[in-house]
Design a protein. Sequence first.
Length: 231
Amino acid sequence: MASSLPTRALAGAVVLGVVVAAGVVGSPSGTLSTLEVVADDPYLFGLVVAGLYLVRPLLAWPTTPLAVVVGYGYGITLGVPVALVGVVFTVIPVFLAVRWVTDGATTFGSGPLGTTLELTGEAVTRYYETTGPVRGVTVSRLAPIPSDVSTAAAAASGVRLRHLVVGTAVGELPWTVAGVVVGASAATIATAGLGELGVALTVACLFAAAILLAGPAYRLARGRLVRPQSG
């Protein structure tokens, strides 16, 4: 007998609501701007940045502003690896939390919400089955969608943690490098975004994502065309 979405999923939904509300109230622009005070002390600055990466999932902050901050404090050479490790580290709690919430759930109940969740879950699962876990995560990171959304989708689809880590490192690399470069070249910490660089980077990342998806899309389309003829 199929099991319904476990009761702990309700607790997860409540926590998610609190996280979203906290993210709206505690925007990174106000918090991160205070780091200029400690930017001259690399050790203190590192502790504060580590703390920000720890609380980022709880506040639903995007990852790029943190890369900007890291670039401001450490420059490009040291900032890129530090920020990339930070990004990879900060998606793991979200992944584990979603995996815990969805563990053992095979149905999502009745009604429009349950149907929508099941259809979405099936679509995302087919996506990862078609692309492969590492490629699928990489493409989701290249696309300009919220990091935690792609992390949650990967966790709910059964992607393994090691595949998430590799795909995140590869897919987040261009965004991380861009954020660090912007931060390193700034006179003051700014968290509004990547400015004009953001548009060009978005186009480039979407193009790279399309190239990565071209092979799996072709194989999927070819399989659907060949299958009726062989029956």
